[in-house]
Design a protein around this ligand. Structure first.
Ligand SMILES: *[C@@H]1O[C@H](CO)[C@@H](O)[C@H](O)[C@H]1NC(C)=O
Ligand SMILES: *[C@@H]1O[C@H](CO)[C@@H](O)[C@H](O)[C@H]1NC(C)=O
Ligand SMILES: *[C@@H]1O[C@H](CO)[C@@H](O)[C@H](O)[C@H]1NC(C)=O
Ligand SMILES: *[C@@H]1O[C@H](CO)[C@@H](O)[C@H](O)[C@H]1NC(C)=O
Ligand SMILES: *[C@@H]1O[C@H](CO)[C@@H](O)[C@H](O)[C@H]1NC(C)=O
Ligand SMILES: *[C@@H]1O[C@H](CO)[C@@H](O)[C@H](O)[C@H]1NC(C)=O
Ligand SMILES: *[C@@H]1O[C@H](CO)[C@@H](O)[C@H](O)[C@H]1NC(C)=O
Ligand SMILES: *[C@@H]1O[C@H](CO)[C@@H](O)[C@H](O)[C@H]1NC(C)=O
Length: 351
């Protein structure tokens, strides 16, 4: 967002004409002026009445640009696009073109003798007009981001992440020829590319993501796994290994329920049959001596209580509870001492 704002400001600046300041009070100053924009030369602190100033273009002093005598502009060779201010010694030149790139000698005299001779150098540069970022995710989750710019002379590229410079641990490689960088998997945040030259600076930002990769750090089958994986394809530490006894997902538990139910039913059936057989045999034995005896076999409640918890790992043992199983006797049997009484009261099978 900030990058976008920055870009807007620069574009607005360009349309109004960029402006640079050049301190020409020292000999040999190297100044830069924006193409189509303005340069402000600081030639002196303020023009003095007693002095004569002459500003030339080109080292052989063939062209006189400005002559100021007694605080008055005597000559201005580029009058249409420049102005001199004697009170603060600034010479402002607008609408710079490439031909303005040159050496500019400057002479101060008292009218007879030259008191000071100096020169400055002006280089006109086209300002950077646009910056474009292109990013792509690489196969292992690295990000390659390239930056390109339009318009500017001698552009210099620099990168920031969350408004600070990138570190070696974040950078995997840098290609200065294509102005591209490769960022490691873990890097994310607001990446910005700034393109600058001596007259302008433009940046463009982009939010850098993890490219759908996640860092896996877990123990599987006794081995530590630490690596970046594509989240959508990831199989590491997601599905249980068959040898692992600690994790069984709910789906497989659900699949086992019908089997469990079958086993339980069979068990109950066996028990019921077993009890029936035992009782039948007893009855048979007691019936042999006096076969007229008829006994009624009554089963009360037979129910299976099952644990409500889903602890599948434990061998489920059903709690079978027998209510009263008893043989009711015929009244006449009381007369027979040989008659055997068979009464089960609350036969329980707990765990
Ligand atoms: C500068 O000009 C003013 C009038 O504009 C004049 O009085 C003064 O003497 C001049 N100074 C020099 C050094 O010529
Ligand atoms: C002064 O130098 C300019 C180039 O800087 C050249 O074109 C021009 O001919 C020179 N003039 C003289 C008189 O040497
Ligand atoms: C010099 O004076 C002009 C006009 O008063 C002003 O616009 C400009 O900002 C001043 N420059 C400096 C460097 O003080
Ligand atoms: C700027 O200079 C160019 C030629 O160098 C000229 O065509 C143009 O009209 C100038 N613009 C202004 C605003 O002075
Ligand atoms: C021009 O800009 C480049 C890159 O920003 C910088 O290295 C150099 O020092 C600048 N030159 C001057 C004279 O300011
Ligand atoms: C992975 O996890 C272990 C402990 O869980 C930790 O000691 C190790 O530093 C982690 N490795 C990474 C690269 O985060
Ligand atoms: C678990 O590790 C053993 C050796 O450490 C290996 O033989 C076995 O294939 C592995 N099992 C799985 C499911 O990766
Ligand atoms: C993810 O799986 C798809 C299809 O199986 C495959 O084409 C792709 O290369 C995989 N991506 C990664 C990063 O492994």
């Amino acid at each position: 967002m900030q990058a976008v704002i920055g870009l807007l400001v620069m574009v607005l600046g360009a349309s109004y004409g960029l402006e640079t300041h050049c301190d020409g009070r020292q000999d040999g100053a190297h100044c830069f002026g924006p193409l189509g924009g303005t340069v402000v030369f600081q030639l002196m602190d303020r023009a003095l009445e007693t002095q004569r100033y002459q500003f030339y273009k080109s080292s052989n002093k063939t062209t006189i640009i400005l002559t100021v005598i007694n605080n008055t502009i005597v000559h201005n060779g580029i009058k249409s696009r420049s102005s001199f201010n004697p009170s603060n010694g600034t010479f402002r030149v607008n609408n710079l073109s490439r031909t303005d790139s040159d050496e500019y000698p400057f002479e101060i005299s008292d009218g007879i003798n030259i008191k000071e001779n100096r020169a400055l150098r002006l280089t006109i540069q086209a300002p950077v007009s646009s910056v474009r970022l292109a990013s792509e995710c690489l196969s292992q989750g690295e990000k390659r981001v390239s930056c390109s710019s339009g318009g500017g002379d001698s552009p210099q590229y620099s990168w920031t992440l969350d408004e600070r410079s990138l570190t070696d641990t974040e950078l995997q490689s840098v290609n200065t020829e294509t102005n591209s960088i490769t960022l490691r998997q873990h890097v994310s945040g607001a990446l910005a590319c700034s393109v600058r030259n001596n007259v302008s600076k433009v940046s463009q930002g982009e939010e850098i993501s993890n490219c759908g990769f996640i860092f896996i750090n877990c123990t599987s089958n006794g081995t530590q796994i630490s690596q970046w994986v594509f989240a959508a394809n990831n199989t590491l530490c997601v599905e249980p290994t068959t040898s692992s006894p600690t994790t069984i997902p709910d789906s497989s538990t659900a699949e086992k329920w019908p089997i469990m139910a079958g086993v339980l039913s069979a068990l109950v059936l066996l028990l019921v049959v077993g009890v029936a057989v035992v009782c039948a045999q007893r009855k048979k034995r007691s019936n042999q001596p006096n076969d007229e005896d008829e006994q009624e076999l009554t089963y009360a409640v037979v129910k299976i209580k099952q644990r409500s918890g889903r602890q599948v790992q434990q061998r489920a043992e059903p709690e079978v509870e027998y209510g009263q199983v008893k043989f009711s006797e015929r009244p006449r049997l009381t007369a027979d001492p040989a008659g055997e009484e068979c009464v089960y009261a609350k036969v329980r099978r707990g765990r």
